[in-house]
Design a binder for this molecule. Structure first.
Ligand code: NIG
Ligand code: FE
Length: 415
């Protein structure tokens, strides 16, 4: 058992569990000032205000490991529902090209971008990829992240896509973070299929998806459905094939244009549609009639200096919004969810309450973890962090750039 006492404020507490918070409810953030929390094994056993504790603690509590969190707050860990952290090398040269004015699509057309990462990843061993990704996970953890969705998509042939997914499987087995795997064979058309895009789509459908499913290597299927990448028709074919094998879609959509990606995602009951810079009334209407989580990736929009997804319009329309890091070498080389929190407030005009919901409960839903993670609730997994001394919970997005997390607890264990 682990007992945390004198918590200045316990944040994002739930009595009755919600799957997500939408619209005006995104402003709800239940907090208990001067609180205690008890962890038993891997789970949250109980919590409440300090005054509810008997002055003379029951002997079980007196004896168990105790953390005094005076002046500090406790939050549920961030759930990062969209990342590409299996990669080799970095792409800062393209970053300079971008600064000089080349667009993401222009860089991709020159063989840069995803294809650049593909060439490097194919040369790397499973072991080297595992070690690099493990280190990234550790860094993300130090910033308060407790769950991460990880995509393939830099292999772009059967052998290397499977290699990436096996790395993710090994991370699931060895990392204390909760991890979900997404098959993203349709991230880009590899160089050897240039001009033969439909043949590459056939390869994904006829060879990759069955093999991925056969080894049970993925939880979800993703497609980059956007201008210059995969069309709506191709996306439909691939999603149908994935669904046949039990892979629920979670797709890249409407980052570069009104691509129809959101609508096709909704049509196939995607768990989430992600990016969403090009979201208008029609897209919002489609999302309203769905169980699909609109997911915004503030790091990518910041790093590529793109237009921002209309988060306020979505919330005003009654939609939920999730936010994730998109950690990858091309469009968002950071997995720091505290920065995402700050960007949510500054760039998307979310209130701190909404931003916390977007990066905890709603992003947990976007990776099918909301029953276990995303809030402080009895019986949920004890994935939480204790902050350094902070004056208010709003200080978390406000004090951008520094790490306000002091102690991370995953599965009930101090990390
Ligand atoms: O989510 N938009 C597509 N894919 C990634 C970028 C991957 C890369 O550039 O390596 C993204 O931003
Ligand atoms: Fe992405």
């Amino acid at each position: 058992m682990l007992f945390i006492k004198n918590i200045k404020e316990l944040i994002q507490v739930e009595d009755k569990k919600n799957n997500f918070r939408a619209g005006a409810k995104m402003q709800e953030l239940k907090r208990i000032p001067n609180a205690w929390l008890l962890i038993e094994g891997e789970k949250i056993k109980d919590f409440g205000p300090m005054e509810s504790l008997p002055a003379d603690l029951p002997s079980g509590l007196k004896e168990c490991e105790t953390i005094d969190a005076s002046g500090k707050m406790v939050f549920p860990c961030f759930c990062d529902s969209h990342t590409h952290i299996i990669y080799s090398g970095s792409r800062e040269i393209e970053y300079i090209d971008k600064i000089k004015g080349l667009s993401y699509e222009e860089i991709a057309k020159r063989g840069g971008g995803i294809l650049n990462s593909c060439l490097r990843l194919r040369q790397d061993s499973e072991e080297a990829l595992y070690e690099a990704a493990y280190e990234r996970l550790e860094e993300m953890k130090s910033f308060g992240t407790g769950a991460v969705e990880i995509k393939s998509g830099y292999g772009l042939d059967t052998e290397n896509e499977l290699k990436m997914l096996r790395v993710i499987r090994r991370l699931k087995e060895t990392s204390p973070l909760t991890i979900k795997a997404t098959f993203l064979g349709a991230h880009a058309v590899p160089a050897e299929y240039k001009g033969r895009q439909s043949e590459y789509v056939d390869l994904i459908i006829n060879e990759m998806i069955p093999m991925v499913a056969n080894e049970n290597l993925a939880d979800f299927i993703d497609v980059f459905c956007d201008k210059g990448f995969f069309t709506v028709e191709e996306t439909e074919r691939m999603l149908m094939a994935g669904i046949k094998y039990g892979l629920r879609p979670k797709i890249h959509a409407n980052e570069l244009d009104y691509s129809g990606g959101i609508q096709v995602g909704v049509k196939y009951n995607a768990l989430s549609v992600d990016h969403l810079e090009y979201t208008g009334e029609r897209e919002i209407a489609a999302l309203k009639a769905s169980e699909t989580m609109p997911t915004i990736l503030p790091g990518a929009a910041f790093f590529l200096n793109m237009v921002h997804a209309p988060a306020r319009d979505m919330i005003r329309a009654g939609l939920p919004v999730a936010m994730a890091s998109d950690f990858n070498p091309g469009s968002s080389p950071s997995g720091n969810m505290q920065l995402v929190l700050s960007m949510a407030c500054v760039n998307y005009r979310l209130t701190p309450e909404e931003a916390i919901n977007a990066t905890t409960l709603n992003s947990a839903y976007a990776m099918d973890c909301e029953k276990e993670l995303g809030t402080i609730a009895k019986g949920k997994r004890a994935n939480l962090y204790i902050t350094k001394p902070i004056p208010t919970f709003e200080f978390m997005p406000y004090a951008y750039g520094s790490n306000k997390v002091e102690t991370v607890i995953l599965n009930g264990k101090v990390q």
